[in-house]
Design a protein around this ligand. Structure first.
Ligand code: XIL
Length: 372
């Protein structure tokens, strides 16, 4: 399972592949208009290679770094064809005071994406975490009708603000526990399970062309959680609720076995849903040993291969790049090194593995045989 991919193997395959397609917006449902003033990405960049399989390769973006770090900005533009705001579309950022919106940081990210011919994954509308303090404080004493009105206004106002500019929205994020029960969030407590379908309906009314996703972690594995999400989305589809896809966050850790992700992507796609890997990273205990780095390389390689193998898999998004900027060390003590670039923004073997996996897969589905 674990093997090390050598750097340098890629050149022949890439050059041999000839014409590199920089952008494939037309292959996807409702891509936002793409201005033409982007600079060409190198033929061996992740985005150029992924385009040959009709795949968008994305990253979470830290908008502070985008503004302050030239090297970070250059990598974001040249390597990726999709971007996800790591934080700046979350409710606590866009409505810090009730009734006063602040879209500035998110608008800057959308502008960056348009300049660089990238699509945007909107993240995220309904979640239990990173809620504004005013909401967390007031929610317990609200009636269900009051809280539902606040949630609806949030979903409609945010989707309306970005209407026509978002490719995929993570409408509902992390609604389940690992045992397959619904998470005991303020949404479930006050509104009951129907809040999930409501959120999709509100989002669809506000931007009928955006692809609407349910997004969660640990659903890469077959088990109680992915089975519960499967039942939820099957039920939503059967009831005509406007859901288009399921996002598999794919936060892996080398201390656990690799997930049977291909199986899960396939069974969800057979429901007529699109799928995406939305937040890929592979963390490990520090310091990294060669054995662990091989396992990290295997984690990135196999998850990308799974997406490439499933026609309904529209995008493969890493949760940031640059180990110095990853969320992992702050949340999982003693762990890190989870991204494909090191602390100095140099590409790691994990990067080379993605590059080589894309080069080997180039062609099918492709330009004339799009993902859908
Ligand atoms: C994380 C961000 O990376 C951090 O910067 C922030 O402090 C907390 O949220 N699942 C998700 C993401 O859906 O929004 C989370 O992002 C990581 C886990």
């Amino acid at each position: 399972m674990s093997f090390r991919l050598r750097a340098g193997l890629i050149t022949t395959a890439v050059i041999g592949a000839g014409a590199v397609i920089l952008s494939q917006g037309a292959a996807f449902a409702a891509p936002p208009a793409a201005p033409s003033h982007h600079s060409p990405a190198p033929a061996d960049s992740l985005r150029s290679l992924a385009a040959q399989s009709g795949l968008r390769i994305g990253t979470a973006i830290n908008t502070d770094l985008l503004a302050s770090n030239d090297q970070y900005r250059a990598i974001a533009a040249s390597q990726f064809s999709s971007v996800t705001p790591e934080n700046v579309m979350k409710w606590e950022v866009v409505e810090p005071t009730q009734g006063t919106y602040d879209w500035a940081a998110a608008d800057r990210l959308v502008a960056f994406a348009q300049q660089n011919d990238q699509l945007v994954r909107g993240h995220t509308l309904v979640w239990h975490s990173q809620l504004p303090a005013w909401l967390t404080a007031a929610a317990p004493s609200m009636t269900p009708d009051q809280l539902r009105a606040i949630l609806k206004k949030h979903v409609v106002d945010e989707v309306t603000h970005f209407k026509g500019k978002i490719w995929q929205w993570d409408v509902v994020n992390e609604a389940f526990n690992d045992d397959g029960t619904l998470r005991d969030s303020i949404w479930l407590q006050k509104l009951g399970p129907g809040y999930i379908a409501d959120a999709f309906r509100w989002a669809h009314q506000a931007d009928p062309k955006a692809l609407l996703f349910y997004n969660d972690y640990n659903i890469e594995f077959t088990g109680p959680k992915s089975n519960a999400v499967y039942q939820l989305v099957q039920d939503l589809k059967a009831r005509g609720v406007p859901i288009d896809g399921v996002g598999f966050q794919t936060h892996l850790d080398t201390q656990y076995p690799l997930p049977d992700l291909l199986n899960n992507l396939q069974r969800f796609s057979k429901l007529g849903l699109k799928v995406a890997e939305t937040e890929v990273d592979v963390r490990t205990t520090l310091p990294v040993t060669p054995v662990e780095q091989n396992a990290q390389v295997a984690g990135y390689t196999t998850t990308l291969q799974a997406c490439l193998a499933v026609r309904a898999c529209l995008s493969y998004t890493v949760w940031g790049f640059g180990d110095a900027y990853s969320w992992v060390p702050g949340v999982f003590p003693g762990e890190g090194a989870a991204t494909i670039y090191d602390e100095n923004l140099q590409p790691k073997p994990e990067y080379t593995a993605l590059q080589q996996t894309l080069a080997l897969a180039a062609g099918t589905p492709g330009r004339n045989n799009p993902r859908r």
